[in-house]
Design a protein around this ligand. Structure first.
Ligand code: UN1
Length: 520
């Protein structure tokens, strides 16, 4: 069994890592406490308002968000005319700096967000991967050439940057989400202003310091090209409301999305929304149960159930229910919960007390709806005062009650039986969210049905792997209350650019489209 960290041992560790990562001590004084979920203790203080590549607090003045957006906009006016492959060089250097800082940044992610060591490292790896992807992309911002109906004409598309991209990110991927947005936004010619979660300011400051090193090596990156603004709700709202912020990419709860989307729409800004998920998997009669068990365990218990893509609902065919469930119960009963720094730990702490309270109230609701709950109890309370470690909870539900339709950001897996695949797909789709989904089957017909237009309604649909842990090469995001945004790979870059359709007449006559005549 994993152990629990002791209060008092983490402050020095955080300080040493921040120093090695080059975070300026100036950024580490201020009124706001930064905590670690490992023990709940305060590990540093941060300035309420700033941390900014190339900018000092004096530059940012009394209204730092306004100033950061202004500086970013000025940076954009220069950056948009730097050739894209040269912009790619900045992101390539960022990837190099991230490689050099990987171990320290990963350790800081573990200390600030509570991820186990391999997941902290995995998150930084996602940053490196997107930098590689974006570097290649910087030579591939292709537009189409389109056949025109007019003689001696050519029609084409060109892509131009949008301006300032505002990134609002959540605690659970405290560094990777910025990089998916920033790497693409920068090669596309935009400037970036980042407001991270108030729960994870230290990893954000570390990334800012790493970016500053890449920018210094690059040489002539304009000051303000990538700015970090620490702050609360008002900082996010300032980004959301400012017309100079062409794109707002916001990751968080559906409630947050509901608040920001209309404000962005009111000024006709562009939103990339990555909101709640309520991800499901279907286990079919022909499923490979060994593989299914491992996939379900990682997707549902990994990251203590605090990924947007975490598995929350499992539909098991009645013919395999009794074979799978005892194995799942054993896995839940024995998964090592504790200090995420320790080798062997698979489940670290919840982010804070609110997360724990939300988990307990979801379990109460499930019991009231006839669910049989195993697990969910708080662990290690006597060792780690303010920290919230829990045994992941398995809840066998008689049916998909209303409480199952809500996303609770905690390790709760609701399990339900089904008899026919169509019924399971309908239940899977019968929730407001539409992020990630999986089917476990070795039957080709079932797999293809699930992936077809009559199957999963999610942005991510997988076969024989869980819903979480996506690679950056694909477009990441989901439908319905998940918000419809796409980030990372495929053609997600188009969301950071505006498309211009150009028609060029290289003849000496002026034929009009649709055969219209207009002789003057
Ligand atoms: C999130 O939880 O905010 O697919 C994103 C995954 C990760 C991203 C999760 N690559 O689980």
């Amino acid at each position: 069994m994993a152990s629990f960290p002791r209060t008092g041992e983490i402050v020095a560790e955080v300080k040493a890592i921040l120093e090695r990562l080059g975070v300026s001590p100036d950024c580490l004084s201020g009124p706001d406490a930064a905590r670690t979920p490992l023990t709940g203790e305060v590990v540093a203080h941060v300035g309420a308002q700033w941390g900014a590549f190339g900018l000092s607090p004096a530059d940012l003045g009394p209204d730092p968000v306004e100033a950061a957006i202004g500086r970013a906009h000025a940076a954009f006016l220069h950056w948009r005319s730097v050739p894209a492959p040269r912009r790619g060089e900045l992101v390539r250097l960022l990837g190099e700096e991230l490689r050099a800082a990987k171990a320290d940044l990963a350790a800081l992610v573990t200390l600030e967000a509570g991820k186990i060591a391999s997941e902290g490292a995995g998150e930084v790896q996602e940053m490196i991967d997107i930098c590689d992807f974006a570097t290649g992309l910087s030579r591939q911002l292709h537009g189409l050439t389109i056949a025109t109906e007019r003689p001696d004409h050519r029609m084409m598309e060109t892509w131009h940057p949008m301006g300032v991209v505002g990134v609002i990110s959540a605690f659970n991927f405290p560094v990777a989400v910025w990089s998916w947005n920033a790497a693409l936004a920068l090669v596309c010619g935009n400037a970036v202003v980042w407001k991270p979660s108030e729960k994870t300011p230290l990893t954000a400051l570390a990334v800012d310091a790493i970016f500053a090193r890449a920018a210094a090596r690059f040489g002539d990156a304009p000051a303000g090209i990538a700015t970090l603004v620490l702050g609360g709700r008002e900082a996010g709202e300032a980004l959301v409301d400012d017309p100079r912020v062409g794109v707002v990419s916001a990751t968080g709860s559906t409630a947050m999305g509901r608040a920001v989307a209309p404000r962005i729409a009111r000024r006709f800004g562009r939103a990339i929304l990555e909101l709640g998920g309520n991800n499901a998997a279907i286990v079919c009669p022909s499923a490979d149960l060994d593989l299914t068990l491992r996939a379900v365990a990682f997707a549902a218990m990994g990251t203590a159930g605090q990924r947007c893509t975490s598995l929350r609902r499992l539909f098991v065919h009645e013919s395999v229910y009794d074979a799978l469930m005892p194995r799942l119960h054993r896995a839940y009963g024995s998964v090592p919960v504790g200090d995420p720094r320790e080798a062997g730990t698979l489940v670290g702490p919840l982010i804070d007390e609110d997360a724990y309270t939300a988990m307990q109230s979801a379990l109460e609701d499930a019991r009231a709806a006839g669910g049989i709950v195993t697990g969910g109890a708080r662990l290690g309370a006597e060792d780690a005062l303010d920290a919230y470690y829990v045994r992941p909870a398995l809840v066998e539900m008689p049916l998909q009650a209303d409480c199952v339709a809500a996303e609770t950001f905690a390790p709760i897996l609701y399990v339900m039986r089904y008899a026919a695949l169509d019924e399971a797909i309908a239940l899977q789709n019968a929730v407001p969210q539409g992020l990630a989904s999986s089917i476990f089957t070795t039957d080709l017909r079932e797999a293809e049905r699930f992936l077809s237009s009559t199957g999963s309604d999610c942005g991510i649909a997988n076969v024989n792997i869980g819903p979480s842990g996506a690679e950056i090469g694909g477009a990441f995001g989901g439908e319905k209350e998940t918000g419809g945004g796409r980030e990372a790979g495929s053609d997600s870059w188009k969301a950071y650019m505006r498309r211009a359709t150009n028609t060029i007449n290289y003849g000496s006559r002026l034929p009009l489209a649709q055969g219209v005549t207009f002789e003057v």
